[in-house]
Design a protein around this ligand. Structure first.
Ligand code: PAF
Length: 277
């Protein structure tokens, strides 16, 4: 494990000097099978696999769960080792955001709406810290889960716009048998809430099935998903259909699309998405 950014960069430079490809899997820890699938794929694609674990204060709003976000460093290191991860980079907040820190990356359009509207500043925090990780670890390739679909779109846009020399690979969401997307925040769910949480995927799936039968009106697909979800959660935060590439809102499914949902189950806010059309 390395905590010091300069030591991390030196480790990576040494690997690169030997002609080795370096893969990075950025996380906030509390690793689950979704994270492990990213690490396993990274293991296939690169000689060196780095996992970063950093609960990034810059991407949490003042009323959000920064303090109670699940942390399990020892468990995470054991899980990472079990899938062949070479190194964990676990910096302190003080070394990521030193005195006088004042720079931020704003990926303007893709960050609008959806989680960007509900969590002001969230994607600025995500883009800034991911860019810092790319500069410190200097990976050839980095892996992210599609569960955070808007986050992945923000990171892809940033990499293109800023000519960052890293390949971004998004991997499918890993799910529980009842369809619930794996998330570190699932740990917050009390047993009855855990059961109801499957409603998100059930709603998305109902809409996808209808789209596969030829329905292409977004309003109809959203209605079907809403009916499936609404009575089983406390509140739907958003439910929208967007273009899969640039996340522009769609009224008709005339190109690859994604339905995205955020909802409160108990007091826990969960997100999920499914490609449709
Ligand atoms: O998806 C996450 O865990 C975080 O948003 C990330 C990408 C590690 C940045 O802090």
């Amino acid at each position: 494990m390395i905590a010091d950014p300069a030591a991390m960069s030196a480790w990576s430079e040494a690997a690169r000097a030997q002609g080795e490809h370096v893969a990075l899997v950025p996380t906030m820890g509390a690793l689950h099978k979704g994270h492990l699938s990213l690490l396993a794929e990274a293991r296939h694609r690169a000689q060196r696999v780095v996992l970063s674990i950093f609960v990034n204060p810059m991407q949490f709003g003042p009323q959000e769960d920064l303090a109670k976000y699940p942390r399990d460093l020892a468990g995470d290191l054991a899980k990472a080792a079990s899938v062949g991860c070479d190194l964990a980079f676990v910096p302190e907040a003080a070394s990521m955001y030193g005195p006088g820190f004042q720079t931020a990356i704003d990926v303007r359009e893709v960050s609008q709406g959806l989680c960007g509207a509900r969590r002001p500043g969230h994607f600025v925090g995500v883009a800034t810290v991911v860019c810092k990780f790319f500069n410190i670890v200097r990976p050839h390739v980095a892996f992210f889960g599609e569960k955070d679909f808007q986050q992945l779109a923000v990171i892809r846009r940033m990499v293109t716009d800023l000519n960052l020399p890293v390949e971004i690979i998004g991997l499918p969401t890993v799910r529980e048998p009842d369809g619930l997307a794996l998330s570190s925040r699932n740990a917050y769910l009390a047993p009855p809430d855990r059961q109801r949480a499957a409603a998100l995927h059930a709603g998305l799936s109902a809409a996808k099935t209808l789209a596969e039968k030829g329905e292409c009106r977004a309003s109809v697909l959203l209605e079907v998903a809403t009916t499936e979800i609404v009575g089983r959660v406390e509140r739907i935060d958003y439910l929208e259909i967007r273009a899969a590439d640039d996340l522009k809102p769609l009224e008709t499914i005339d190109r690859p699309a994604v339905m995205l949902v955020a909802a409160f189950v108990g007091r826990t806010r969960l997100i999920d998405n499914l490609r449709i059309g």
